[in-house]
Design a protein around this ligand. Structure first.
Ligand SMILES: NC(=O)c1ccc[n+]([C@@H]2O[C@H](COP(=O)([O-])OP(=O)(O)OC[C@H]3O[C@@H](n4cnc5c(N)ncnc54)[C@H](OP(=O)(O)O)[C@@H]3O)[C@@H](O)[C@H]2O)c1
Length: 242
């Protein structure tokens, strides 16, 4: 049987690391994008997994870094079954419209969360479309849902994820007719370091979130899957308003 290949961005910790662990356990060959190696767990997993797990230095906001990662993938396989755009940053979560907003930081957040994902999907689309699964999974957030928005701040993060949602729909419109698949998933409130310290209020561990996400992916890849509309869904499969 042909190898199944997946690539996860922002795989050093949090949900990304969880996704890599579950993908490896499910038999995938995985490219794990490492932004700034910071906990050693991914390296340990890589030693245990041999050729099934390949670490890629990867800053998704940087054109040269993404090009090198795409070249590294192309050197190993001409087909990528699944790209999981997971890497993201939060930015300021306090300032409202009546405060001084940090526009420079907002640009950085957009460069990672919105354009970083697009750069990856754009760079890898040919390999993705040559694969059996033809799947792009964008890890978004309930914070990107305009229909359920309650916040008065988190400008960069919420807007960057809303734009990621639109990006997903545009990609879906282009590739669905060719068998391509896009998923946009809110991973739940997860115990990660996204806010700079461990968020113990999270309802899910990264591994639990990853198990849920890959359960949804398996369902999406079933030959008898019938939905043709793209929806923003949460880790449990519930539909969220765009
Ligand atoms: N945690 C939650 O409750 C929650 C809720 C909704 C959505 N999400 C989404 O879930 C995904 C994973 O977040 P998380 O909670 O696991 O947070 P996290 O632990 O901070 O993980 C994010 C990962 O992205 C990496 N990253 C940052 N900048 C990058 C860049 N320029 N290029 C490539 N990678 C970069 C980070 O690297 P470093 O480790 O070096 O910083 C980190 O490994 C994100 O898309 C996030 O928006 C999370």
């Amino acid at each position: 049987m042909q190898n199944k290949w997946a690539l996860v961005t922002g795989a050093d910790r949090g949900v990304g690391l969880g996704l890599v662990k579950v993908l490896i356990a499910r038999g995938y060959h995985v490219f794990a994008g490492q932004f700034i190696p910071n906990n050693g767990e991914l390296e340990q997993l890589s030693e245990l997994s041999g050729e099934r797990l390949r670490l890629l230095p990867l800053d998704i906001s940087d054109e040269a870094s993404v090009s090198s990662a795409v070249e590294a993938v192309d050197a190993v396989t001409d087909r990528l079954d699944m790209l999981i755009n997971n890497g993201a940053i939060l930015g300021d979560i306090k300032a409202s419209i009546q405060d001084d907003l940090n526009f420079e930081e907002m640009e950085r957040v957009f460069k990672v969360n919105t354009l970083g994902s697009l750069r990856m999907s754009n760079g890898l689309i040919e390999s993705i479309m040559r694969s059996d699964s033809k799947l792009i999974v964008n890890i978004s957030s309930e914070a990107g849902s305009i229909g359920s928005c309650w916040r008065t701040g988190w400008y960069a993060y919420c807007m960057s994820k809303a734009a990621l949602n639109m990006q997903s729909q545009l990609i879906h419109n282009q590739i669905a007719g060719q068998g391509g698949k896009v998923m946009v998933i809110h991973p739940g409130h997860v115990q990660t370091y996204m806010q700079g310290k461990l968020d113990t209020a999270g309802a899910l561990t990264p591994l639990e979130s990853a198990e849920h996400i890959l359960g949804l992916v398996e369902n999406r890849l079933r030959p008898d899957y019938s939905g043709d509309k793209l929806e923003l869904i949460d880790y449990a499969g519930n539909t969220l308003p765009w």
